[in-house]
Design a protein around this ligand. Structure first.
Ligand SMILES: [Zn+2]
Length: 349
């Protein structure tokens, strides 16, 4: 224990500098750590069991003396004498040192932690057996159990997995089967792409029902550029009536522009700040777009034309991705955003 090593160091210091200082534990003179341990035990027993100490010295009656068979050894340390006196055990095991319960003594907690570490942090029973080879702690099982329960290493290895919250209900805008393609969409941007030594971005629009994707090239992140890209997608697909996105300032301004310029019902839902997982429905598609872009163009000098072409091809590829299980025999064709039933109201064109 660090406590004992520190104490041993200071005992040696005092012995070296003050020649008149003599230890009462001469038998431990060559074992400074054992000497320090005895000093601490005696100090703690005097503090916690002073009445017991007086009872043992004067021969008065005391409950604990009778119950635990207590006696004072030659160094005035209170020890227990239980029914194993005639065994071949070591003296420390036959006559363990009495210690106060852990909730009243920090020294007892340190002792328990020391022995808990010695048994390669095993549980309460192992630690109790190890402690009893040298000490008898009042209410020992409860004391050791409380220390082992608070042990960080044991907690780390025995903790149960985090309880997953129950599945929440899907929002209505993801379940509107009467909606046409790209009527309810999620919108976000991703970047950065370096084109002609200029930073550029990609606008991603995801259908919230069939997960079809459309991509547009953004030469910068101004609202004007974003509005133009949005108009191109709306002209190709249709004007959305519901949009969900994060709280980017450009999206907020675009919302104001669109709301002021159209006469149809239109609602833009902004997810709460710092709640990125609420946009998971489109963030997942962004991951796929980024993966395709960066794996294809990593380290390549790009031109706007090449990026626009690549974005169109990536969107076509993503709209052909399987949404259902792909069987090994190939008999069942997987459902893709593009191959939804032709009469489906949300089969994208
Ligand atoms: Zn432990």
């Amino acid at each position: 224990m660090p406590l004992l090593r520190q104490t041993a160091y200071w005992i040696r210091f005092l012995q070296f500098h003050f020649s008149h200082y003599t230890s009462e534990f001469t038998r431990y003179a060559n074992r400074p750590v054992a000497q320090a341990k005895m000093l601490w035990v005696k100090a703690k027993q005097t503090y916690h069991f002073y009445d017991l100490f007086l009872a043992l010295k004067t021969g008065k009656k005391h409950d604990l003396v009778h119950r635990l068979g207590l006696f004072l050894d030659e160094h005035d340390i209170i020890r227990c004498a239980h029914c194993l006196q005639n065994s071949a055990l070591r003296l420390q095991e036959k006559f363990p040192i009495l210690l106060q319960r852990a909730k009243s003594s920090h020294f007892t907690k340190l002792v328990i932690r020391h022995f808990h570490a010695l048994v390669y942090p095993q549980g309460t029973a192992y630690t109790l057996a190890a402690v009893r080879k040298e000490y008898w702690i009042l209410a020992g099982h409860a004391a050791i159990s409380s220390v082992v329960t608070a042990c960080r290493k044991c907690k780390w290895f025995t903790m149960r997995p985090f309880h997953q919250p129950d599945d929440s209900q899907l929002p209505s805008f993801q379940l509107d089967t009467t909606a046409s393609p790209f009527q309810n969409v999620g919108m976000d941007t991703c970047g950065l792409l370096t084109v002609n030594n200029t930073k550029t971005w990609v606008l991603i629009i995801v259908d919230l029902i069939c997960r079809a994707v459309d991509l547009e090239f953004l030469s910068d992140m101004t609202t004007e550029e974003l509005h133009s890209a949005f108009c191109r997608v709306s002209a190709r697909r249709r004007m959305p009536t519901f949009i969900i996105s994060d709280n980017a300032e450009q999206f907020k301004l675009l919302n104001v522009i669109i709301t002021a310029s159209i006469n149809v019902d239109f609602f833009w839902k902004f997810i709460p700040c710092f709640f990125q997982w609420q946009g998971g429905v489109y963030e997942r598609q962004i991951g796929m777009v980024k993966q395709s872009l960066f794996r294809t163009f990593h380290g390549t000098a790009l031109t706007p034309t090449a990026v626009r072409t690549a974005l169109a091809e990536i969107a076509a590829m993503l709209n052909e991705r399987p949404l259902t299980y792909v069987s090994e025999d190939g008999e069942d064709r997987p459902l893709t955003p593009k191959r939804l039933p032709a009469n489906s109201p949300y089969a994208p064109g």
